[in-house]
Design a protein around this ligand. Structure first.
Ligand SMILES: *Cc1c(COP(=O)(O)O)cnc(C)c1O
Length: 396
């Protein structure tokens, strides 16, 4: 007898749970593209995105998913034949590089390890070797959603500075912005990209780019510019230009509400909530892993992200676990992707998530591990509750 009736727990790293209040704010008739409410909402969203990116630079809203924002970042700043250095640390930075390849960029991958963060010393060494400054941009993800790693963006910036290298620093913050600190201006990030359906609690379909001064300078001579993504056109005052056509009206109303929710909580508080929920998940996984049939993908605890945890399953087929929790318990766990396809599952703790959602997901996972007779250390849920209790009473 399945126990899946009731609220489905979507525990995948995007799309994430969309708050009811956000959904309700989208449920309205279409409005005139010149309606005051729409124009104000657009301005407000563009302004609020500066607060999210922590930048005084320009912000852009694209009717596109994260892959669109990647293309916007590259086409607005680079020219055919330009060399870009991709810092590998899982699936996503490489995917961004593959896009660059199709655009005619010379893509070089600084190979990394799927179980570790990017090594800033390796970045510094590679940049020091680039005496002619052939490398025009560095592409890196802050959180790689496939491996579950968090990369140290300020340390990568320091490595670039130590090499006195002028490449643009482009950061994919799709799985991290809203979930952990991101300081575009303070960290010297030139282009930042994110999208709606992960930490920002909105439906999929919008993505966002922040562009700093150096990126705007590069834009002036970029050869890859195309009409749809072009920043210059989108900087014009008419609202119509900001979307290269009709605005995604309902999504803007939804985004405005989602960003209001985020600011109501406070960005710093949202980051702290993600840390607490990640601690609970990672405490449970550490216990389950005691028997060796499961393991953290990311070896170094400090390199495990606050938004998603990737769990290797050398002792069993992870799809058995995922099928069981989905069909019988109403919990949708993330699958392993990229090189970890069929070898891992993922638990997201990202966006609109709270303690019962995380405990429910962990509880269901533990039920499935027991019911399927999969070897695991006992007491994962207990460790998770203890981690959450410590969050409120650190001395206890
Ligand atoms: C989800 C994700 C993407 C891709 O976003 P889409 O909206 O699916 O195109 C890119 N980078 C990271 C880090 C992601 O988590």
């Amino acid at each position: 007898m399945p126990l899946a009736r009731g609220r489905e727990f979507l525990s995948i790293p995007g799309p994430t749970n969309v708050p009811e209040v956000v959904l309700r704010s989208m449920h309205r008739p279409a409005v005139d593209i010149y309606a005051d409410d729409l124009l104000e909402t657009t301005q407000q969203c563009l302004q609020d995105l500066k607060a999210v990116f922590r930048t005084e630079g320009s912000t852009y809203i694209y009717i596109a998913n994260g892959h669109g924002a990647w293309e916007a970042a590259l086409t607005n700043t680079l020219s055919r034949g330009d060399r870009v250095l991709v810092l590998e640390s899982g699936r996503f930075a490489k995917g961004w590089g593959e896009q660059g390849d199709m655009l005619g960029l010379a893509v070089e991958i600084l190979h990394g390890d799927w179980r570790r963060a990017v090594d800033p010393a390796a970045v510094e060494a590679r940049l020091k070797a680039d005496a002619t400054h052939a490398i025009k941009a560095i592409l890196v993800v802050q959180i790689d959603t496939a491996s579950g790693v968090v990369n140290d963006i300020p340390a990568i910036r320091s490595a670039m500075d130590a090499a006195s290298h002028p490449a643009l620093l482009m950061v994919d913050g799709i799985a991290s912005i809203g979930c952990m600190p991101f300081e575009m201006d303070r960290w010297g990030v030139d282009v930042a990209v994110t999208c709606s359906q992960k930490g920002l609690m909105m439906t999929p379909g919008l993505s966002f780019v922040g562009a700093g001064t150096r990126a705007k300078v590069a834009h002036a001579t970029a050869g890859l510019r195309t009409a749809y993504w072009d920043w210059t056109a989108r900087d014009l005052p008419e609202n119509y230009r900001k979307f290269c056509g009709t605005a995604p009206e309902h999504m803007l109303f939804g985004l405005r509400t989602a960003l209001e929710l985020l600011f109501e909580e406070g960005l710093e508080n949202a980051w702290a909530r993600h840390v607490a929920l990640a601690d609970a998940v990672q405490a449970a996984v550490a216990v389950w892993a005691e028997q060796g049939a499961l393991a953290f993908n990311i070896l170094e605890p400090a390199e495990r992200s606050a938004a998603v945890t990737t769990i290797l399953t050398p002792g069993f087929d992870p799809e058995r676990l995922r099928d069981f929790t989905r069909e019988n318990l109403g919990v949708v766990l993330g699958s392993g992707i990229g090189e970890l396809t069929g070898m891992a599952f993922r638990i997201a703790h990202m966006g609109y998530a709270n303690a019962p959602m995380v405990l429910g997901t962990l509880g269901a996972t533990e039920v499935a591990l027991r019911a399927l007779g999969l070897p695991h250390g006992k007491g994962g849920l207990e460790a998770a509750t203890a981690a959450l209790a410590r969050h409120f009473a650190p001395a206890a």
